[in-house]
Design a binder for this molecule. Structure first.
Ligand SMILES: Cc1ncc(COP(=O)(O)O)c(C=O)c1O
Length: 416
């Protein structure tokens, strides 16, 4: 008698996963066979496609989302002596970009209902030296940009929307639907195309803006502050050695960086962008399934509802980068670590977004920030757990996640 076959182990569902198909691969291979691996036509085509998708006048593609934030700060003229207010509920880059330019990163607390910067608290915590606000659309759910812009602009500050999570997000405001990257309440919007994001280029990012001068500055600083465009050349006394400006001539006018993205990456981005609407729709579908299953469960709180206004803002159509469920681990008599281990044993990986940035050792040491500075973000951090969310999740896989969470919070191993 043949012994029974051992069960194949259940593959672990990650919290996020990229989707790369044969069309993507063919697009990348075509660039590899072409003359341009970088600074070529795929970069321009990707930028045009991004600008069109978001309804922005300019898109500047760069090497990653952090570079996009750094360039946004530089373009906006933020520097030493300035303060930048951002959300503590974000990845470190949203605040680090202020430190890169010698400004002081500071944090206003979140609204527990949206997990985003609270416009009311932003106004309360405003200081005279605030020069920019970095508004982070956490998990893809949009910030109340109209109210944030009202506070910032009344005080002469620039609004930078960190939309690393929110490519494809839309929101309703002042009688119309608006797309992240194309609305009038952010001066500059930044994106990331890291593989966990909605579309990927491996590493990559972009800046979107409707402001010609800001766009030109981002382009200049993306590539060493160098221009080859004769219309931008400076007057002769600043120019090197010769007044002859032949076809070789270029000028380094500012201290810039190499934040360029390659044509190889942009070919992948162009191909991925075609599937953005379908991916956003699938992410929304999965979030709806999770919300229906988890609403009313003991110990849990679901993300903000998209189909209605939350705190006077919305409705919204988030592209949902993350599904961050809030669980009262302490009231359940357990810990987040134990829950994560139990979920993993059932083939479900989870993650935590985010440890409040002001409590990271660098921020505590360098700026003396301490627990209690942003109580809502700190309370949220104690409860949050991100569950698998990506467009290729099947309905059966979604059910596996639902069964695991329902089992944990109600004490039943399986749903009836
Ligand atoms: C909110 C937020 N901003 C900025 C970034 C930085 O993007 P990148 O990793 O492409 O540098 C990330 C990356 O995870 C992010 O989540």
């Amino acid at each position: 008698m043949t012994p029974p076959r051992p069960h194949a182990p259940t593959p672990i569902l990650p919290y996020a996963r990229q989707q790369v198909n044969e069309e993507d691969i063919a697009a990348v291979v075509a660039v590899l066979r072409s003359d341009w691996l970088t600074c070529g036509p795929a970069v321009e085509t990707f930028e045009a496609a991004l600008a069109e998708t978001c309804g922005a006048q300019h898109a500047i593609a760069v090497s990653n989302g952090t570079a996009a934030l750094h360039l946004a700060m530089l373009a906006a003229g933020v520097g030493p002596g300035d303060r930048v207010l951002t959300s503590p509920n974000t990845f470190a880059a949203s605040a680090n970009c202020a430190a890169y330019v010698g400004a002081m990163p500071d944090f206003a607390d979140i609204d527990p209902a949206t997990r985003n910067l609270s416009p009311g608290l932003l106004a309360e915590q405003w200081r005279k030296d605030v020069r920019a606000v970095v508004a982070v659309d956490f998990a893809g759910y949009p910030c109340d940009l109209p109210r944030i812009a009202e506070v910032a602009r009344a005080n002469g500050a620039v609004v930078i929307e960190d939309a690393a999570h929110a490519l494809g997000t839309q929101f309703f405001a002042q009688g119309n639907w608006h797309t992240v990257g194309g609305h009038p309440w952010a001066d500059l919007t930044t994106l990331s195309f890291h593989p966990v994001k909605t579309i990927t280029t491996g590493e990559g990012g972009a800046i979107l803006t409707n402001n010609d001068a800001l766009a030109a500055r981002c382009r200049l600083l993306r590539s060493h502050g160098i221009t080859k465009d004769p219309s931008q050349f400076l007057t002769s006394e600043l120019c090197p050695l010769t007044s002859e400006k032949g076809p070789w001539y270029y000028e380094m006018q500012e201290l810039g960086y190499n934040y360029r993205i390659t044509d190889i990456q942009c070919a992948l981005g162009i191909s991925q962008l075609k599937r953005l609407p379908a991916w956003v729709a699938r992410r929304q579908e999965i979030v709806d399934r999770y919300n229906s299953a988890f609403t009313g469960l003991p110990y849990v709180r679901t993300p903000p509802r998209a189909d209605r206004a939350v705190d006077g803002f919305g409705p919204t159509k988030p592209s949902w980068h993350l599904y961050a469920l809030e669980i009262d681990f302490a009231a359940m008599g357990t810990t987040r670590t134990a829950i994560m281990q139990t979920l993993r044993a059932q083939g479900v990986a989870s993650q935590v977004h985010y440890i409040p940035v002001h409590l990271q050792p660098y921020y505590r040491r360098r700026y003396s920030y301490a627990p209690g500075k942003c109580p809502a973000a700190e309370a949220y951090y104690a409860r949050t757990l991100s569950l698998p969310l990506f467009a290729s999740l099947s309905d059966q896989e979604v059910d596996r996640v639902i069964d695991a969470i329902v089992g944990l919070t109600t004490g039943n191993q399986k749903r009836c």
